[in-house]
Design a protein around this ligand. Structure first.
Ligand code: AP5
Ligand code: MG
Length: 217
């Protein structure tokens, strides 16, 4: 299944993507995780990327499209895109790239969350870079404080997880990614559904998504 997961920063894309990808055997491809891994590698490209993401700015489209296209080709026929596409140019490039393999997207899932809730979530987020697990100090704490349940590695705070930068990321989301949502809504033959994440715990959001998936499979 070729699936896109959309939603504002802090909507719970990473949290839900991990569960969805596992249940439906899809390769979870998070653009943010791919960029942070490149940054951690210390490469020149990673340094270039860090200058953008650490300040809440989008990575330029040509870099995003090249890195994500490579990841999609490697993933094969079943993938779940998290964080890509998030500009209209990226959405069109994705369609073109799939078309060269006579493929199209099967499903788009949108998680909607109010801006103020996003800010609260991001402030308490902790991530495990190796396992990809995402925690929240209050809403989704690990069993042992500061340690990943799955891998045992130390949890870290993302460089772009401060209020000033999250407000900037939200502004960019409304300006640049809302048109992508409208683009998919108007795409004939494409299946799309949305769930609300506002005032809902992670397990309740998962339940809503799985219920909608069940009707389709
Ligand atoms: P990326 O890593 O994709 O960040 P994002 O889209 O801003 O989304 P987040 O990862 O912050 O949030 P999420 O929706 O995954 O939520 P999570 O599950 O962690 O991208 C980072 C940066 O890279 C971008 O800002 C940009 O600079 C660049 N970039 C990436 N892709 C790009 C592209 N295509 N083009 C250009 N640039 C690009 O959950 C958040 C927190 O809330 C966690 O603590 C979690 O435990 C908690 N939580 C989750 N669900 C709930 C719930 N229901 N209730 C309470 N708490 C919850
Ligand atoms: Mg994420």
């Amino acid at each position: 299944m070729r699936t896109v997961l959309l939603g504002p920063p802090g909507a719970g894309k990473g949290t839900q993507a991990k569960r969805l990808a596992e249940k439906y055997s899809m390769e979870h491809l998070s653009s943010g995780d791919i960029f942070r891994a490149e940054k951690a590698s210390g490469s020149e490209l990673g340094e270039q990327i860090a200058k953008r993401i650490d300040h809440g700015k989008f990575v330029p489209d040509p870099i995003v499209v090249e890195m994500m296209t490579r990841a999609i080709v490697e993933a094969g026929e079943s993938f779940l895109l998290d964080g890509f596409p998030r500009t209209l140019a990226q959405a069109r490039s994705l369609d073109e790239s799939l078309a060269t393999r006579s493929a199209t997207l099967d499903l788009v899932i949108l998680i909607e969350v109010a801006d103020d809730e996003v800010v609260e979530r991001i402030a308490g987020r902790r991530i495990a870079p190796e396992s990809g697990c995402v925690y929240h100090v209050t809403f989704n704490p690990p069993k042992v404080e500061g340690v990943c349940d799955e891998s045992g590695e130390a949890l870290v705070h993302r460089a772009d997880d401060c209020e000033e930068i999250i407000r900037q990321r939200l502004k960019t989301y409304h300006e640049q990614t809302q048109p992508v949502i409208d683009y998919y809504r108007n795409c004939e033959g494409l299946d799309m559904f949305s769930v609300t994440g506002t005032n809902k715990m992670p397990d309740d959001v998962t339940e809503s998504i799985f219920a909608a998936m069940q009707q389709r499979i």
